[in-house]
Ligand binder design. Structure first.
Ligand SMILES: NC(=O)c1ccc[n+]([C@@H]2O[C@H](COP(=O)([O-])OP(=O)(O)OC[C@H]3O[C@@H](n4cnc5c(N)ncnc54)[C@H](O)[C@@H]3O)[C@@H](O)[C@H]2O)c1
Length: 245
């Protein structure tokens, strides 16, 4: 019960990874607020309809949680908004679309952090976990996509790399307030991708398989908990060894 009675907001808590994070935090005693664009607000039952691209919506979330619980111990940023043309080949990326994705994914992460940190600063306590990616650490292996004609979005690397270093900034800025800010960076999560992608991915990764959401969630819970009380500014990569070779 390493998260007993801790009040923790998870943005994107209905997602592939987010819902496992919510479940793991609950299992470890935490009180979760799943803040996602796909839920109806029911704050007593830990649900809040959040549009992370709307600053006012973020402020309403923070106010509602503070009013209900009187504190915010943890925040996990796992919301993942993207444009319809997300995944275009580099040559074809519309600059407007690039800007929109950076705004929706990275700038929104800044706004959520800024608003939650105001509460954590008053409490002199808190832990934030930003979900980044191996593609914020290393470049893409395009050979994985060749056989089925797919690709991986260029903005993703820029956004995730940005979030990892922004995390270090926050860790440094708020360390004196007993607030920790870390990233967890998953490798590729199995989600019925094209068989040729999965086969090549498995062959490349030392543990010979893609990740599952339950590989990621315990790492997030650890970072949120007092077990990690002297860890800040770090990027915990959970990837079966992909970035180790
Ligand atoms: N799935 C992977 O292979 C993988 C690998 C590495 C990193 N990640 C990262 O993990 C995080 C979660 O990814 P996922 O695979 O669970 O994605 P997902 O698409 O399954 O879930 C994202 C969630 O965000 C919510 N969301 C979308 N727009 C929103 C908005 N405007 N406001 C609030 N919520 C919104 C969606 O409703 C959804 O529940 C992302 O940061 C992603 O980059 C995923």
């Amino acid at each position: 019960m390493i998260l007993k009675d801790k009040v923790i907001i998870i943005t994107g808590g209905c997602g592939l990874i987010g819902r496992e994070i919510v479940a793991d935090i609950k299992k470890k005693g935490g009180l979760t607020i799943n803040a996602d664009i796909n839920v109806q607000t029911d704050i007593q039952n830990g649900l809040f309809n959040l549009d992370i691209t709307n600053d006012n919506s973020i402020q309403c979330l923070v106010d509602a949680v503070y009013e209900e619980y009187g504190r915010i111990d943890g925040l996990v940023n796992s919301a993942y908004p993207r444009t319809k043309d997300w995944g275009a080949f580099f040559e074809n990326i519309n600059p407007e679309s690039w800007r929109k994705n950076v705004d929706m994914q990275m700038n929104s992460c800044f706004v959520v952090c800024q608003k939650v940190l105001k509460i954590m600063e008053q409490q002199k306590e808190g832990s934030i976990v930003n979900i980044a990616s191996i593609y914020g650490v290393v470049g893409n292996d395009f050979s994985l996509y060749e056989e089925y004609g797919g690709t991986s979005p260029a903005a993703y690397c820029a956004i995730k790399g940005g979030i990892i270093n922004f995390t270090r900034y926050l860790a440094s800025y708020y360390g004196k307030n007993n607030i920790r800010v870390n990233c967890v960076s998953p490798g590729g999560i199995f989600d019925k991708q094209h068989p040729s992608f999965v086969e090549k991915y498995n062959a490349k990764v030392p543990m010979r398989r893609m990740g599952n959401p339950d590989d990621i969630a315990p790492a997030v819970s650890f970072m949120l908990s007092n077990e990690a009380k002297y860890i800040t500014g770090q990027n915990l990569v959970v990837d079966g060894g992909w970035t180790a070779i």
